[in-house]
Design a protein around this ligand. Sequence first.
Ligand SMILES: Nc1ncnc2c1ncn2[C@@H]1O[C@H](COP(=O)(O)OP(=O)(O)OP(=O)(O)O)[C@@H](O)[C@H]1O
Length: 266
Amino acid sequence: MTVPIAIQLSHIHTVLGGRVIHDDISLQVATGEVLALVGGSGSGKTTLLQHMIGLTEPAAGSVTVLGERPGQMSFMRQRALRRRLGVVFQFGALFGSLSVLENVMLPLKAARMPADVASMVARLKLDEVGIASADLHKPPSALSGGMVKRVALARSLALDPELLFLDEPTSGLDPLSAQSFVDLILETRQRHQLTAVMVTHDLARMRRLVDRVAVLADRKLVAIGTLAQICQVQHPFIQSYFGAEFATTAGGNPPATSGRDAAGES
Ligand SMILES: Nc1ncnc2c1ncn2[C@@H]1O[C@H](COP(=O)(O)OP(=O)(O)OP(=O)(O)O)[C@@H](O)[C@H]1O
C-alpha cells in the first residue's frame, strides 16, 4: 500500500540577502512520518521549515503541503491550510501580554470558536501537556523554559493539526526538561498519529522520535534516510556531525543512501 505524501518539496532554490541558501532541494514527507532536519548553523533548516509552513516562499521550485500549494493560493485558502498545521517556534513565541490560557485560546478564537468552548478546549490541551490549572492564568514570563515549550505545544495542538512543525524543540532547556519535552512529543505523536517535521541540533535526544533524518550541507540535501542509513553516507559533514556515537548505535544498517534516493524524491 502506498502511504500518502503529506509534504513534497521539488527543486527548491532559495536566495536570502543575495546568497543562495538552498540549491535544488527535493524531498517528501510521508503521512504519519516524523522527519528531522539537521545541518550546520546557517545551513537553511529553519528557512526550509518556513517554506513548508508557508511563511516564506522559495525563489524557485514547488512546495506542496497536504495536497495544496501554499504559494499559489488565495489568502483565504492559505488561512484554511494554516489551520491544519501546528507550529512550535524555537522559543515558544507566546504572547507576553496574554495568560497561558489566553495564548492557547488564541487560535481557537481566530477560528471563530465561541469563547466558552475555546476556553474548555484550551484547558484540555493544556492538561494534555501537563500544565496544572494553577498555572493557567500566569503570564509566560512566570513560567520555566520547559513550561513555555509545553504551552507552545498545547497552542500548536489547539486545532488538532494534521501536520506539526517544531523548530529546535529542546533548545534552551536543561537536559532533564529537554528529555521530558521529547517524551511529551513522543506521547503526543502516538496519541494524535501526527506527521511532523522538526529542526534539531539535538538528534541524540530525538532519535526515538524520528523516522528519517534529512541532512543539509553545502546548500544541498546531502542525505535523507533512517539514522542507520545516514551514518553510512560518506560525506565530511555527516561523518563529523554523526560521529562514532550514532554510527555504532544506529543499528539495522540497511544499504547506505544519500541525496534524493532514500525516499524516492523527484
Ligand atoms: N531574512 C533574511 N535575510 C537574509 N539572510 C537571511 C534571512 N533569514 C535567514 N538568513 C540567512 O540564511 C541562512 C540560513 O538561515 P536559517 O535560519 O534557515 O539556518 P539554520 O540552518 O536554521 O541555522 P541555525 O541552526 O543557526 O538556526 C543563514 O545564513 C541566515 O543568516
